[in-house]
Design a protein around this ligand. Structure first.
Ligand SMILES: [Zn+2]
Length: 570
């Protein structure tokens, strides 16, 4: 460093005679740095993960890493370990044998840790997210790594510390720095209700009295960026938080790598030494966020609510276990669309299948009929069935209306397309797992099933099919049929037209009754038309003809009546 500083000064006030030398020096320097870097990258085997990482040499003669004398990384996760540096037997990531017999380096990642060497017996402690220590040959070492946890004494204490940290100069300076790059920083809401927070923490982390030590959302900032490059900048700035007297203690990149739920963010935990508390910074793109007031989605809560339904679910039957499994998969699919883990083509393909609830008419799952609210609430699978049913009946894909002015037409279309794809993922989940693949999930399905069965019946009944081809319109009278009487005298009307007029009247009646009950309960005005006639006068063939013509004029609309043909003889 001294040398480069020297060079810099020389450069600023160049002396002609020195110049060639300076340039030469500079080049050599670059060469060296370059060379070292490349070697470093090439000669490592194994992966570093959170916790303790040991780098050593494998001594198995049959191991490739050993033959090539390449140092290997061994991950020991979170624990306390002791070893003498040249007498170890850790598992080699290459040959899997316990043949890593010497350690030359230790690296702690995303942990609170300590290291002590027999060389000088001093303990070094740190909670910096990434710390490297060289290990000396022949000395014994004791290492310890714990997951990051809050050091507060109680939840109230945690809230007090978090709130002080949020308004501390350290954090404010960092926020100001981020805002300089036009990055949106959303501050956490002030905690109003401790009881509710405690309930949430218990829900999230279990009933453990120390559960609050794993809570980092009390003081969580959300960093929203316009694009991936801005996000890189934001992460870069946060990682240099040292300059604001903050310690970067955890670095979790779920922006480039997928988390379990496929939420997409880069998470950094900063330790504020003055208040002994961790503050979390969660960075993502503006177009991915579901944060209220900032999101461009019209139904941003869907993914989170769905998550809430399945996160604490303990299935107690094989059926429930299967449902939980597909629910988890569905959540990741939804997040894949929101956060664009799925590519544009895939999203477009799913969105193309979209039909609105008004068009297809989602049917209520039969398992919810005659169930009280208490019964539903005490059963996770019923609860999720009800939740998804309600979502499908009310969710109309679009974009956040309050963001309308900030969005271009293209952006609006894109969000709508994403929401349509989300709707379809949810609908397909509903159809296959809540309703069951064989049963109708919508009026649309119901109509298809009836049309399909009609087609089958007609194929089976050749006599009727043939008769329909040469169908002669049926004439009818508007009074009761009596056996033995001759009906031929007073032919009054065309039966087909008469029935159509009757059906239309009925529809108008329905439109007048605008009660809410109507949707779920059948109309109590039992209007029925009976067609009577001698055997062989053409009643059956008329009904088949009527059915066919109603289907031909049927428009896919859940509010339209559906013809149902029921054969009593069959
Ligand atoms: Zn090996």
């Amino acid at each position: 460093n001294e040398q480069s500083a020297e060079l810099k000064t020389t450069k600023e006030q160049p002396k002609i005679e020195n110049e060639p030398e300076v340039v030469k020096k500079d080049l050599e320097d670059e060469k060296n740095v370059d060379k070292l870097k490349k070697e470093d990258e090439k000669t490592e085997v194994g992966e570093t993960k959170p916790g303790i990482n040991l780098q050593g040499y494998c001594t198995n003669d049959n191991c490739l890493a050993s033959k090539a004398k390449i140092p290997v990384w061994v991950n020991e996760e979170f624990k306390s370990i002791s070893f003498v540096s040249n007498m170890t037997s850790y598992p080699c990531p290459d040959c899997k044998q316990l043949t890593v017999s010497s350690i030359l380096r230790v690296m702690f990642f995303n942990s609170e840790h300590s290291i002590c060497s027999s060389d000088d017996n001093t303990i070094v402690e740190s909670n910096h997210y990434q710390c490297n220590y060289p290990i000396k040959l022949g000395f014994s070492y004791t290492l310890k790594a714990d997951k990051i946890f809050q050091h507060a004494e109680s939840l109230e204490d945690l809230i007090t510390r978090s709130e002080s940290a949020m308004v501390s100069n350290e954090i404010l300076n960092l926020v100001t720095e981020l805002q300089k790059y036009l990055i949106t920083v959303v501050k956490p809401l002030k905690v109003k209700d401790t009881a509710r927070l405690l309930e949430k923490i218990e829900f999230d982390y279990g009933g453990d009295t120390k559960a609050f030590r794993r809570a980092f959302d009390v003081g969580r900032f959300t960093i929203l960026c316009d694009n991936g490059t801005k996000l890189q900048t934001a992460v870069g700035v946060m990682k240099k938080a040292e300059q604001f007297n903050l310690i970067v203690s955890e670095d979790k990149d779920f922006f480039e790598r997928q988390s379990k739920t496929h939420h997409r963010f880069h998470n950094i935990k900063l330790y504020v030494p003055k208040h002994k508390v961790y503050v979390e910074m969660q960075a993502t793109l503006k177009k991915f966020t579901t944060l209220e007031g900032y999101t461009i989605f019209s139904n941003p809560k869907l993914s989170h609510l769905f998550y809430e339904h399945i996160r604490a679910w303990q299935p107690n039957s094989p059926e429930d276990e299967d449902l939980k499994q597909v629910s988890d998969e569905t959540l990741t699919k939804i997040n894949d669309i929101i956060c664009e883990w799925s590519n544009d083509k895939e999203i477009e393909k799913i969105a193309k299948r979209y039909k609105s609830h008004l068009a297809i008419g989602i049917l209520k799952p039969p398992q919810l009929f005659n169930k009280s609210k208490t019964e539903i609430d005490s059963n996770s699978s019923l609860k999720i069935a009800e939740f998804v049913y309600k979502q499908l009946c009310t969710f109309t894909p679009g974009y956040a209306k309050e963001k309308e002015k900030e969005m271009t037409t293209k952006e609006k279309e894109k969000v709508r397309e994403k929401e349509q794809a989300i709707y379809m993922v949810l609908y397909e989940y509903y159809k296959q797992n809540i309703i069951g693949d064989k049963n109708p999930a919508s009026c649309d399905d119901f109509a298809s099933i009836l049309q399909e069965s009609r087609k089958q019946e007609m194929e089976d009944d050749i006599a009727i099919s043939q008769a329909l081809e040469t169908y002669i319109p049926l004439q009818a009278n508007n009074y009761a049929h009596e056996d033995g009487k001759d009906d031929d005298k007073e032919k009054t009307c065309d039966c087909h037209q008469h029935v159509l007029t009757f059906l239309e009247e009925k529809e108008e009646d329905k439109a007048e009754e605008k009660s809410e009950k109507q949707e779920q309960q059948p109309s109590y005005k039992k209007k029925v038309m009976i067609i009577q006639g001698k055997s062989g006068s053409g009643k059956s063939i008329f009904c088949r003809h009527l059915e066919e013509s109603l289907w031909n004029n049927y428009i896919n609309d859940s509010k339209r009546p559906i013809p149902v043909y029921i054969s009593f003889p069959k």
